[in-house]
Design a protein around this ligand. Structure first.
Ligand code: CP
Length: 362
């Protein structure tokens, strides 16, 4: 494997100054980079130049780990001085509400000296007058260098790409996918337990992953599961806990059948909960063109029968399925998970916009 080295004096640690989550576990980017002596695996990142990021199936394990290594480096270093996105314009086009995704993308771009054109609500565009997404895509070709779009329709990706020639980052398309959320989820897991990044993860460090949700209707859950299937050897078993009889959906039927990871589907959480190392939970589902809560009869709170060292992940926003009384506990990985978003999105944008060479030391 070709890697480029990051010398120790180039890793400017500013732990006391670094903004992080206020509650729950704090994660250490150093521990992930220590697995490769501070090195970032560059070739899979170079391969992302000019690419759209649409579906997690376009990644492989090596790329996910490389993006996480770069994110860890960006989290540790003051890369603002390199101005890696200087002269680049990102368009964030959000036709559906968002707290984390739009703002963390915009923060990522601005902290790297790029500029943002923000559409926080599709109704301020010609959509309100009947304009098509395909025509909007045509306009975006001259307005920006990369487009980050969220839309409630699963087929919105195909529609805007009829004319769009710039790289498109799918920030959530209906019940489709949310690929950068899944990268953020795995970045949190790899910081939490860095041995999971190794092709030969020691057996006693492998995890039993539980997913409370319905991947077929929940894009974040679906994308997380899709990436998790790439970590055979690190994930020893996956248990899906859903109130639906067939929660998987068409997209993932084949990858699940082909995966060497044993996967169970159960309808109740009580028996399996004490066996899980990681519990990924979500309740917001897309059904048709609107969202509603599914699986929210499975509630986690501080009295839940969790393993003492189990961690809980959630893409957020949460509803009643995840009690605030877990926030102050060590089970809370979800705030640290969200806190990593800016660095993962910086890594993705720097690679897609072919500006890795502007970051000194990789
Ligand atoms: N995780 C996530 O997609 O959050 P937002 O809906 O706030 O963007």
């Amino acid at each position: 494997m070709t890697v480029n080295s990051l010398s120790k004096n180039q890793i400017t640690t500013a732990l006391t100054e670094r903004a992080t989550n206020s509650k729950g576990r704090r994660l250490s980017p150093e521990s992930l980079l220590a697995m490769t002596d501070g090195k970032v695996d560059r070739p899979p990142l170079d391969a992302l130049a000019g690419q759209s990021i649409l579906n997690p199936r376009q990644f492989d394990r090596r790329t996910v780990v490389a993006i996480s290594q770069l994110a860890a480096m960006l989290e540790l270093r003051n890369v603002e001085i390199d101005k890696p996105l200087d002269g680049k314009i990102a368009i964030t086009a959000f036709f559906e509400p968002s707290t984390r995704t739009r703002l963390s993308f915009e923060s990522s771009v601005q902290r790297l000296d790029g500029k943002v054109l923000s559409v926080p609500d599709g109704q301020v565009t010609g959509i309100a007058k009947g304009e098509s997404l395909a025509d909007i895509g045509e306009m975006f070709n001259t307005y920006g260098d990369v487009v980050i779009m969220r839309h409630p329709d699963t087929d919105s990706i195909d529609e805007i790409r009829r004319n769009l020639q710039r790289p498109l980052i799918n920030a959530g398309n209906g019940s489709g996918h949310h690929p950068t959320q899944a990268l953020i989820d795995w970045y949190a897991l790899l910081k939490w337990r860095p041995e999971l990044s190794l092709p030969n993860c020691p057996p006693d460090r492998r995890v039993h992953l539980g997913i409370i949700g319905t991947p077929g209707s929940m894009r974040a859950v679906k994308s997380f599961l899709r990436l998790s299937l790439m970590f055979a050897g690190s994930v020893e078993r996956i248990t899906l806990i859903s109130e639906m009889a067939d929660p998987v959906g068409l997209d993932l039927t084949e990858p699940i059948e082909e995966s060497p990871i044993p996967i169970d589907i159960v309808n109740d959480v009580q028996d399996v909960l004490p066996t899980l190392d990681v519990v990924y939970v979500n309740s917001i589902a897309f059904l048709g063109d609107s969202y509603r809560n599914l699986d929210n009869r499975f509630k986690l709170d501080a009295s839940s029968n969790l393993k003492s060292d189990a961690v809980i992940m959630h893409p957020l926003a949460r509803n009643d399925e995840l009690s605030e009384d877990l926030d102050e506990t060590d089970h809370n990985l979800y705030f640290a998970q969200a806190a990593g978003a800016v660095f993962v999105r910086q890594a993705v944008l720097t690679a897609v916009l072919d500006r890795l060479s502007r970051i000194s030391g990789i």
